[in-house]
Every structure is written in C-alpha cells, then in structure tokens.
Design a binder for this molecule. Structure first.
Ligand SMILES: [Zn+2]
Length: 415
C-alpha cells in the first residue's frame, strides 16, 4: 500500500457516462485534488500512470455505499485502516460506513469518535451513517457533523425507536437508508439455506418498504441490499432509490448450510436471483453496494444457526461484477453508473472525469484469470470468503483518491 503519492496524470481508455466520454485513449491531467483537463499525451515531466495500449479502463472512482468497517470493540473483525486498505485494493474510492458498531453510533459522542478514527485511519474518502438515536433531540447535532451521510434504519429501530424514526421521516433534509426487513423476519432462523430464504421471505422486505412508504415522509429514502425483484419494484414505485448486493445479484442459495454464504437478507433461489440480475441490467437498480461485512474465522466456523451473517467483499466485488462486462451482458458505461456515478450522487458526492471533477479515479484492467495472484495481495482482516476459487474478471490497476495514488498493482510502475 502506498502512502498516497501525488500524481500528475492517469492515461488509459477513458469511460465516464456522466461526461459522455466513452472509449477514448487519453490522459486525465490532475492538479492538486481535481481533474484539470484531458489530453491525448501525458505531461512531459512529473508522475504519470500510463495504461495506454493495455486495455485498461480509466473510470470515475468506484463507490461502495454500504460497508461495515467495524473498528473500536469490533476491530478484531476489521478496522478503519484494514477495511479502507481493502477498499483501495478493490478500486473503491469512497465508502459509506454502517453504524451497527460497538459502541453503536446512536449519539453525537459515539459518532464524533468514529469520525475521528476515520479521519486518522481511512485510506479512501468516507461517509458515515448515523444510527437512529434514542431521542429525536440528538438528530440536529448528529446530522451537522462533517461526513455524516444520513441515518440508517434497522428492523430493530422499527420495533424499538419508532418515535425517532417518525421524526426522521418527517425531515426533508436527510438521506435515510432502510434495511428492508421487519423485525419479525429476524426471528425466522433456519439451518438449511434454502429454507432460511423461504422463512425470511420477500414478503418481509416488501412489508418494510410499505410500512415506511405508508407514513408521511419528506426525507430521501434509499432501500439498501434489496434481495427480491418485488422489493425493487415497490421502492421505485414510491420514488425511493435502491441498491443491491453482489451476492443477491450473482449467487443463489447453496444446497448445504455453510456460514460463509449466510447473509441478511438471505440468498434467494435462482429464479429470484435471475430476476434481480435482470433488473440491474434494465437499470432499475440504482447502485451495486457490497454490504462488506467481515467476521473472524472463529465466528464464521460456528454452527450456521448461530454464526453471524455477512460476506467480505471490498477487495473483490468490482472484479466479480466486471464478469457481466466481460460476458457482454453489461456495457462498461453501465458498470461505471452502478458502481460509481449513481451511488456517488445518492451520497451527494461527485464521480466524473471532466475538468473540475474530483480526481478520484479507478483504473480497471478487464479480463484475465487473476485468482491466485489476487488472493496473495489482500488487506481485509477477514480472508475467508465463499467465492474463493471462482474466476475474477478484472484487476485493480490503480486507485486514485483526491489526486493521490492509494493503490497500485505490484506489476505496474509510475513513470
Ligand atoms: Zn450491512
């Protein structure tokens, strides 16, 4: 991992749906932390990353709007340094961190401490969601802290803190991110992955979206990790934005119980998964967000009935998702939209390549079979992943955050 060297230019095949740039071999010239211009040739002096002639795409920096960096008392699973090093390695330039930490980020003090840790430890740009506080009187103080993206509503908040949820819904200046399951769904546990998906079925997701939509609300509502096509349809009907996780888009429930694939909401059957993928390819899903949820090996080795849900994703998901580009199912412009520009917009950030845009850029080398080489160079503390051994369809050539090089593939050199 690099300390963060200042760059002058990144050259390659430029793709930016927001700026109408597709497929030109050129150079992004950087001044300080912004894009200063686009030129055919790199500047003669200074530090240049030149990927021209290699089939490497230079994209607006990837964004992951749902991650669990853990930290504090959960640092044995992951912390802000290891999690954001994993992000940089995956090509992710901006992460939005979830508040179900220990302690929970449901007071101004807890949030301030988390923000301090991120300021000191993060390798990439970050946002944090606040947890629903015990009293609405905390809301104003929490939302005005820098880098707070909004609030996350969990099923337990619907059960236990509905008064504060109502206050949040009534605001017109907030982003609210909804975990779309009712608290009752959390009681349905099953050892068998297929039966778990049935017990914790799509109806719980739809019901959660309906419950929120049935209330008068002014806030911007985003439904995260939708796992069913009907949830996506409901969210869109109510003018909510929606993301889906790579595991719900690309995998269905395994035949046998295994904690590595255990996740909430659960994996669905192959029909539901196909429908989700279809909706992604039809641009009905606004963003892909990983729900990177690391746990220790000991925890993931526990009995499937009691082991914690969650999959480690930050390093790999961009390179799993790119298989849709390699197979021809998705254009690289569409990939840039769901993995960068759209989630950035939901968070109120910008990802683009035009002059004046923030110089946060991902260089993505598409194609190849990178398996063993990939896993020899990872940074997350949670290395036990269910997709190990499967093909990855790209590799991060470089990750640039605000003009600084935060990851460079060991096979490349800066000029
Ligand atoms: Zn999550």
């Amino acid at each position: 991992m690099l300390a963060g060297e200042q760059l002058l230019a990144v050259c390659g095949t430029l793709v930016d749906p927001a700026s109408g740039i597709h497929g030109e071999e050129s150079c992004i010239v950087i001044e300080s932390d912004v894009v200063a211009g686009i030129r055919e040739e790199p500047p003669s002096g200074g530090r240049v990353l030149d990927f021209r002639g290699t089939g490497t795409y230079v994209l607006p920096g990837l964004v992951d709007m749902h991650v669990h960096l853990r930290g504090m008392r959960l640092s044995y699973k992951e912390d802000e340094a290891s999690g954001t090093a994993a992000a940089a390695r995956g090509g992710v330039t901006l992460v939005a961190d979830m508040p179900n930490t220990a302690p929970r980020l449901d007071t101004p003090e807890a949030l301030l401490h988390k923000l301090w840790r991120l300021r000191v430890l993060s390798r990439v740009e970050y946002r944090v969601y606040a947890a629903v506080p015990p009293t609405p009187s905390y809301i104003d103080e929490m939302i005005k802290l820098p880098s707070v993206a909004g609030f996350k509503i969990y099923p337990s908040d619907i059960a236990e803190r509905w008064g504060t949820v109502e206050s949040l819904l009534g605001r017109d200046d907030l982003l609210l991110v909804l975990h779309p399951e009712l608290p009752e769904a959390e009681k349905a546990e099953h050892e068998d992955p297929a039966l778990r998906g049935v017990a914790r079925g799509c109806h719980w997701e739809e019901a959660a979206v309906d419950l929120i939509a049935g209330h008068s609300w002014g806030a911007r509502i985003h439904v995260t990790h939708a796992s069913c096509a009907s949830t996506v349809q409901k969210a869109k009907r109510h003018n909510m934005t929606v993301d889906a996780a790579p595991h719900h888009l690309l995998y269905h429930a395994p035949v046998r119980g295994n904690c590595l694939w255990k996740v909430n909401p659960p994996l669905r059957d192959h029909i539901e998964q196909s429908l989700m993928l279809k909706m992604l390819l039809e641009a009905q899903i606004d963003a892909v967000a990983s729900d990177h949820a690391p746990h220790s090996l000991h925890e993931k080795n526990l009995d499937p009935l009691i082991c914690p849900p969650g999959i480690t994703w930050l390093e790999a998901w961009p390179h799993t998702l790119s298989c849709l580009v390699v197979s021809g199912a998705m254009r690289i412009e569409e990939y840039a939209e769901v993995a960068s520009t759209k989630p950035a917009a939901i968070l109120g950030a910008r990802r683009c390549l035009e002059p004046g845009c923030p110089a946060s850029i991902t260089a993505l080398a598409i194609g190849g079979q990178w398996g063993d080489r990939f896993y020899a160079n990872t940074f997350s503390k949670a290395r036990h992943v269910p997709y190990r051994g499967e093909r990855l369809c790209s590799e991060t050539a470089a990750t640039v955050v605000a003009g600084r090089l935060v990851y460079l593939d060991p096979g490349w050199r800066i000029r």
